[in-house]
Design a protein around this ligand. Structure first.
Ligand code: HEM
Length: 400
């Protein structure tokens, strides 16, 4: 059967590990055709993904990191306004600097106690029922709370925005026509309201700081603010949610690993969480565009070619990880690329780790007999991997 990395079926129940293995062992990069587009090179070995991600001069994030090119005439196609994820240094560096301080390890660390309280509250909401949809009611709640807190907006709005990100990340063929564009428009409309609100009533939140921040000697335009807003909501939403849901699934499928973890949860969680990140790898790919003729893995890449890094394939590369398809929560020196690498390495990684730990501790200690009811329904996407819905059952407990 022809390999097609654009077919949602390839990702219908997780990363296609056998397909990745096949592609990694080929001497050359795989060329994937693209209906209505020129096609792209798929990079699947750890060493190559690492090299591409770190060499922004050869592999540019412009005009986009999605496989599909931006629509002709759109702001990202004309370069009028861009999301920093789709910029190269030095512009990217200047934009990233604007919000970097909010996401350092110490800044994230300051939120730890608050996030632990949130995790407790999230579990409180379902614990008496003895059953729930783990994705929507537990895993998805955390990033919704975090987005709302960061941006200084009501929690219910955080929830709605996060639901929109799921639509944006779904494969277009799995949605009614126009649904993704509509979701982006709704997000923008909401962000316009935030601009008005925060200009009228400045507060101690990231949205207010962004509105007053200067980049390259000037204030952000409204459009640039909108794109920052979209990026932050988009990047931290279903990534964290999927790690948590697919992480719990992986733990339940590997009971001996879970037993090992529970023997010393606080001590073993940091190593275990990194292994869950490697094993689950919520972001399937990021695209780059070659700025010059280059040879990679015996493949002639021409200027302008699309080059796509498959993080899940890199994270299962046997040349880098021993027994890569095995979940090994004690895996040492786990330098996975679940957060990418190079100039765009996930800005929210420290925050994400705290969110993940907070939920895992609550769930594993308060729902020790959690049982997954039937195979979870996977998100139809070639970009983000994880369950869309996962029904679970547990012995009811009391609120704390
Ligand atoms: C498990 C959770 C997460 C995963 C797996 C993840 C993964 C990633 C990946 C793969 C990239 C692209 C890196 C590259 O191109 O090399 C990225 C970028 C980014 N992430 Fe995350 N992410 C997560 C959570 C978060 C959170 C919680 C936030 C913030 C609230 C966040 C904010 C960002 C931002 C702003 C970027 C763009 C950075 C730039 O362009 O410089 N992420 N993330």
């Amino acid at each position: 059967m022809a390999v097609n990395l654009l077919d949602v079926q390839s990702f219908a129940s997780g990363h296609p590990v056998d397909l990745y293995q096949d592609l990694r062992t080929k001497p050359k990069l795989h060329w994937n055709p693209e209906p209505g587009g020129p096609g792209f090179w798929a990079v699947t070995r750890y060493e190559d993904v690492y090299a591409v991600d770190h060499d922004f001069q050869t592999y540019s994030s412009e005009p986009t990191i999605m496989i599909e090119d931006p629509l002709e005439g759109s702001a990202s196609a004309t370069g009028d306004a861009k999301m920093m994820l789709m910029m190269d240094p030095p512009h990217h560096t200047a934009f990233r600097k604007l919000i970097r301080a909010e996401f350092t390890r110490p800044a994230a660390g300051e939120k730890e106690t608050r996030l632990q309280q949130l995790a407790r509250q999230i579990v409180n909401e379902v614990i008496e029922r003895g059953e729930c949809d783990f994705v929507a009611e537990v895993a998805g709640e955390m990033p919704s709370y975090v987005i709302a807190e960061l941006m200084g907006i009501p929690l219910d709005d955080g929830r709605k925005l996060y639901q929109l990100t799921e639509t944006i990340h779904s494969a277009p063929e799995s949605l009614p026509p126009g649904a993704a564009t509509e979701a982006v428009m709704k997000m923008f409309q909401y962000a316009m309201g935030v601009i008005e609100e925060k200009r009228a009533r400045p507060a101690d939140d990231l949205a207010t700081r962004l509105l007053h921040a200067e980049v390259e000697g000037r204030r952000l335009t409204d459009q640039e603010f909108l794109l920052f807003f979209l990026l932050l909501i988009d990047a931290g939403g279903d990534t964290t949610r999927n790690l948590l849901s697919a992480g719990i699934l992986a733990l339940k499928q590997n009971p001996e690993q879970l037993t090992w973890l529970m023997q010393d949860l606080p001590g073993r969680l940091p190593t275990a969480r990194e292994e869950l990140l490697r094993y689950v790898t919520p972001v399937i790919y990021m695209r780059r565009t070659a700025t010059r003729h280059v040879v990679l893995r015996e493949t002639e890449i021409r200027k302008g070619d699309k080059v796509v890094m498959y993080f899940g394939a890199a994270n299962r590369d046997p040349d880098r990880f021993e027994n890569p398809d095995q979940l090994d929560l004690s895996r040492p020196a786990n330098e996975h690329v679940a957060f990418g690498g190079g100039p765009h390495v996930c800005l929210g990684q420290h925050l994400a780790r705290i969110e993940i730990d907070a939920i895992l501790v609550e769930v594993l200690t308060r729902m020790p007999d959690l049982e997954i009811l039937g195979p979870p329904e996977w998100l139809a996407s070639t970009f983000i991997s994880g369950p869309k819905s996962m029904k679970v059952r547990f012995t009811p407990g009391r609120r704390l």
